[in-house]
Design a protein around this ligand. Structure first.
Ligand SMILES: [Zn+2]
Length: 141
């Protein structure tokens, strides 16, 4: 039992471990490996190996300050891209439960729950009322 405790944790002690940047490098390496198999290009395989090598080097590195600042730069550079991906995923999830209607008067977008049949929507912008069909209610009553 004691031997097991000292195994991977003892080895990884004081090392950087998998951070966001290393995880990205791992995915890139796997993608390049897959491409090299599909395209039968050994040059790509070496490239994938190099990327994987950087990933392993960063994970096992004991220079925590350097690795931390690299990871922080990566997170800052990809901040807007990552948050727009996040918003995109949220919007897809939201599409299952809600619908967006446009006010016929002021074209403000109004978000209403799905599956309520035909409902009367009151525009919060111009106070006009209009009817829209939100779809039939789901059959689990
Ligand atoms: Zn309106």
């Amino acid at each position: 039992m004691k031997k097991h405790d000292n195994g991977i944790q003892g080895f990884m002690g004081g090392r950087n471990g998998m951070d966001h940047l290393s995880r990205l490098l791992l995915y890139i390496a796997l993608g390049i490996f897959a491409l090299s198999v599909i395209l039968r290009l050994w040059v790509l395989f070496i490239l994938g190996g190099a990327v994987l090598g950087i990933c392993i080097y960063r994970t096992l590195s004991k220079n925590l300050n350097q690795r931390y600042s690299e990871n922080r730069v990566y997170l800052q550079l990809t901040k807007s891209a990552r948050s727009s991906v996040h918003r995109f995923i949220l919007r897809i999830k939201d599409k299952k439960t809600h619908r967006i209607f446009k006010c016929p008067n002021c074209s403000q977008k109004i978000r209403v729950p799905k599956g309520k049949g035909e409902i009367l929507i009151k525009c919060p912008g111009c106070r006009i009322e209009f009817r829209e069909n939100t779809g039939t209610a789901s059959p689990k009553t």
